[in-house]
Unconditional design. Structure first.
Length: 144
């Protein structure tokens, strides 16, 4: 999937950062979305939210470090270099988004409504716009 996204990016002259933050991220999240919709329709809203959050925590705590560990073991402890101009700002912004998401859910009194869904889309749009700006425009300084 990563290889195909990078090939499509080259063919259509879309920067790899854009492909990773949009198409690749969306592609890996579709199974979580489907699972969450199925359990939410069964009236298990808590399970739907827990599933979406839990899968992301698993991705960050296992999905990222495990390939890096395997790479280091195979290559004699060689470090994996992550090339990202805006990584510190993106991580800081993710933390702020986490606070914003938690606050939004609290404002809607812990009920999943259409308004909350729209708020989540707006927060994602803000995150995506700032992240893409930081990755594509290397001269742009982090605002945090």
């Amino acid at each position: 999937m990563v290889w195909f996204a990078s090939v499509l990016g080259r063919v259509f002259q879309i920067p790899i950062e854009v492909m990773g933050l949009t198409f690749l991220a969306a592609g890996t999240s579709v199974p979580d979305l489907i699972t969450s919709v199925i359990v939410a329709k069964k009236g298990l809203g808590d399970m739907a939210v827990s599933s979406s959050i839990g899968s992301n925590i698993f991705d960050v705590t296992v999905g990222l470090p495990l390939p890096w560990l395997i790479h280091s073991l195979i290559n004699g402890g060689q470090e994996v270099t992550v090339q990202s101009e805006g990584m510190l700002c993106s991580i800081s912004m993710l933390f702020l988004m986490l606070v914003a998401v938690f606050s939004s859910i609290a404002c809607y009194k812990w009920r999943m409504t259409k308004g909350l869904g729209m708020a989540m889309f707006v927060l994602y749009g803000i995150f995506l716009a700032v992240s893409l700006t930081l990755e594509i425009d290397n001269g742009y300084d982090c605002f945090l």
